[in-house]
Design a protein around this ligand. Structure first.
Ligand code: ASP
Length: 448
């Protein structure tokens, strides 16, 4: 049994629905179908989820919202009309959106999550209808009935372990089961969404729950590329990646697969195949536990901007027991998550996502560091980019780092920081954000 998840662009209009139906019905093993909300139909289009967020904001701000509500319904109307589905379903969609607005008008977080989730929920209902119209046995399955239970953190749900046992029961149901991505239910029965792009997470959870032989993730590219194609033109396509490589690459900006989506399938060793809805014949990229990395020790190069570094120094820091813990405690108290902590004998840097220091947070953090840790110096370096060179084969290859540093030197890029964990699956370089593209191109030259 396979789980096939279709992203927003794969279910953006009637033509895409037809492609999805062809793919699903071409293979009897594709029993579980997870869908996103309609994505962009063309470059300047608006994703349904963004439209729903605008709708929620208008209601919350007591603004006129009817126009946006009509736009939401119009997108489904287009699909219903073009696929010749029964128009009754549109009345059901309109009524359920209005009911959400009326019920949660004074609970902004609940309203936002309920409306966001409706994007995938209504699309799943349409997809099930369409498959039935084509003569297949297909059922829409609500995440509550499927057993997708999550923590009650609006917009940031985490799966609860009991879900997997519930999901396993889906195997006994007949027909093709169409499940909306992106949300689950809290124990108290509220709709709670995963982070943006979270339909990938639903697909992975379902695959893990039913013990699928394969999790197919359909998107709009033939494969995962070894580097961001907007930085390097026509980069090479990857046939195979390991879970660890994918995790490292998606951490640093490979958006083709959500970085939280790997965990459920990784724990159960379920392979993932990233494929193109618009070209399903292309083999795609397999994500698996191990790969033969002799030919290509480096799998990919990822980069992401928006980081900063808090740099502290104190004479004899290395002798001061508990210094690092106390520094990180200050961040924890502020609810800040950190990414890396490169250190020297008398200095330590904490790399974090810049946006976390917004408002008054930066001043409070710096004041506490000075007062409580009695440091000699503390400063913040902004506008940093992180570049990750990722590959399982690095562990046994000599000279990979030398190639990178030589490439940086040739491109005249200053390395602000270097970090390599014990796993040796990735090497991380910090550079100024304005030099990142130049640096990535230089690395591509030497590794690919
Ligand atoms: N529709 C949601 C979003 O745009 C989730 C997804 O498509 O995966 O973020």
């Amino acid at each position: 049994m396979k789980v096939a998840k279709f992203g927003g662009s794969s279910v953006a209009n009637a033509q895409q629905f037809q492609k999805v139906a062809n793919i699903v019905t071409a293979d009897d093993a594709r029993k579980f179908v997870v869908v996103s909300a309609p994505g962009k139909r063309c470059k300047d289009d608006t994703k349904m989820t963004d439209l729903l967020i605008t709708l929620a904001k208008k209601v919350i701000e007591h603004d006129i919202y009817e126009g946006v509500l009509a736009q939401v319904v119009a997108r489904y109307d287009e699909i219903v009309t073009d696929l010749h589905l029964s128009r009754d379903i549109l009345d059901v969609i309109s009524a359920s959106l209005q009911q959400m607005i009326d019920t949660y008008r004074d609970q902004p977080e609940r309203l936002l999550d309920a409306l966001k989730a409706s994007g995938e929920d209504n699309n799943a209902k349409l997809m099930a209808h369409y498959l039935r119209q084509l003569g297949y046995e297909a059922h829409y399955v609500n995440p509550k009935d499927a057993g997708i239970f999550v923590t009650d953190e609006p917009g940031n749900a985490q799966i609860l372990p009991e879900s997997y046992e519930q999901l396993a029961k889906l195997k006994e149901r007949s027909g093709i089961l169409v499940i909306p991505g992106f949300f689950g239910y809290s124990r108290s029965g509220h709709i709670v969404t995963f982070p943006r792009g979270g339909s990938d997470i639903t697909g992975s959870i379902v695959a893990a729950g039913v013990g699928a032989e394969l999790y197919e993730n359909f998107t709009d590219v033939d494969s995962i590329y070894c580097v961001n194609p907007s930085i390097v033109e026509h980069p090479c396509q990857l046939r195979e990646l390991t879970y660890r490589e994918m995790r490292e690459l998606s951490y640093a900006g490979f958006s083709v697969f959500h970085d939280e989506a790997l965990e459920p399938v990784y724990r159960r060793g379920i392979p993932v195949c990233v494929k193109n809805t618009n070209n399903p014949e292309a083999p795609g990229t397999m994500i698996v536990a191990t790969r033969d990395h002799r030919e290509r020790p480096v799998a990919g190069i990822a980069s992401d901007t928006g980081f900063c570094s808090i740099n502290v120094s104190k004479y004899l820091m290395n002798r001061e027991i508990g210094f690092g813990r106390r520094l990180l405690q200050i961040l924890e108290d502020e609810g800040i998550s950190y990414e890396h902590t490169p250190s020297g004998i008398d200095n330590m840097s904490v790399i974090l996502r810049e946006e976390q220091l917004a408002g008054d947070v930066e001043r409070r953090v710096l004041e506490r560091i000075v007062k409580e840790l009695r440091v000699d110096e503390v400063s913040i370096e902004r506008d940093l980019a992180l570049i990750m060179v990722v590959g399982e084969g690095m562990e046994r290859s000599v000279g990979i780092a030398a190639k990178a540093t030589a490439a940086f030197a040739r491109a005249n890029v200053n390395i602000e920081m270097i970090n390599q964990g014990s796993s040796e699956v990735s090497m991380m370089f910090g550079v100024k954000a304005d030099a990142v593209e130049k640096a990535v191109r230089a690395l591509y030259e030497v590794y690919f």
